[in-house]
Design a protein around this ligand. Structure first.
Ligand SMILES: Nc1ncnc2c1ncn2[C@@H]1O[C@H](COP(=O)(O)OP(=O)(O)O)[C@@H](O)[C@H]1O
Ligand SMILES: [Mg+2]
Length: 236
């Protein structure tokens, strides 16, 4: 069966005062429902840029990003907005929850954009919050939560519209190691349960080592590398 997400010859350059800066230089990738990959690579190499052009946030300079047989970057503005809202869930290093809304309301924001909120959607949001252990925090505002709880709420918000693709950009970067492990487990478990495609950018060798497939971005190219787990005592 054809992969639901395909990148072919994707290139990305930025005009800078010093000349053209080429970040991605021919990236090919094929992922199907249930695939989970961790992407690593040095800072500034283009990992976030790669997620943005898969998620419909930033266009490639050339090449093809295809989801379910549709070229994402040939969609009109309305279709592209729908793609971002309905086919993609994003989790960032910062949670970006709205401070004036409670947890349940934050989770429902993408559903409001999609079709408004009915009892079934509200029920789904509550089930997701239960699933990540926030059932009793639904009425709390973000500033009443810990960092890990905020990130779990952000994960529920990313999942409320049942996306095909879950993109996580250093989702554990601001968390202590134990909390990071919990978030990593939830990402992997929920992506598998809902048969999504999961791409996670991470600097954590521990997190990357738990993914079935590891990719490395270096000098504009994406290559497979065997998953490695940091040796005991090597963690900084
Ligand atoms: N809009 C932009 N204009 C110019 N350069 C950019 C822009 N966005 C990102 N870059 C540059 O592209 C490179 C890759 O950025 P990024 O994808 O954020 O890297 P990473 O996530 O791997 O740290 C960096 O050198 C960054 O400065
Ligand atoms: Mg980045």
């Amino acid at each position: 069966m054809k992969a639901e997400l395909t990148l072919e010859g994707v290139c990305k350059s930025f005009e800078t005062p010093g000349g053209l800066l080429t970040i991605l230089d021919g990236v090919d990738l094929s992922l199907s429902r249930g695939d989970a990959v961790a992407i690593t690579g040095p800072s500034g190499v283009g990992k976030s840029t790669l997620l943005y052009l898969i998620g419909g946030l930033e266009p490639p300079s050339s090449g093809l990003v295809e989801v379910l047989g549709r070229n994402v970057w040939s969609l009109g503005p309305q279709e592209l907005a729908e793609f971002r809202n309905q086919s993609v869930g994003f989790v960032f290093q910062d949670h970006y929850l709205l401070p004036q809304l409670n947890v349940l309301e934050n989770v429902l924001v993408p559903a409001i954009v999609k079709h408004g909120v009915d009892a079934r959607t509200r029920d789904r949001a509550k089930k997701l919050l239960d699933r990540v252990g926030l059932g009793l925090r639904a009425g709390h505002r973000p500033d009443q939560l810990s960092g890990g709880e905020r990130q779990r709420a952000a994960l529920c918000r990313a999942l409320i519209n049942d996306p095909l693709i879950l993109l996580a950009d250093e989702p554990t970067g601001n968390l202590d190691p134990a909390t990071a492990t919990t978030i990593g487990s939830l990402l992997l478990e929920l992506a598998r349960e809902q048969s999504m495609i999961l791409l996670t950018v991470t600097h954590s060798q521990e997190l990357a080592g738990r993914f079935p497939r590891n990719l490395m971005l270096l000098a504009g190219k994406l290559t497979d590398r065997p998953p490695t787990v940091a040796p005991e005592g090597a963690r900084s």
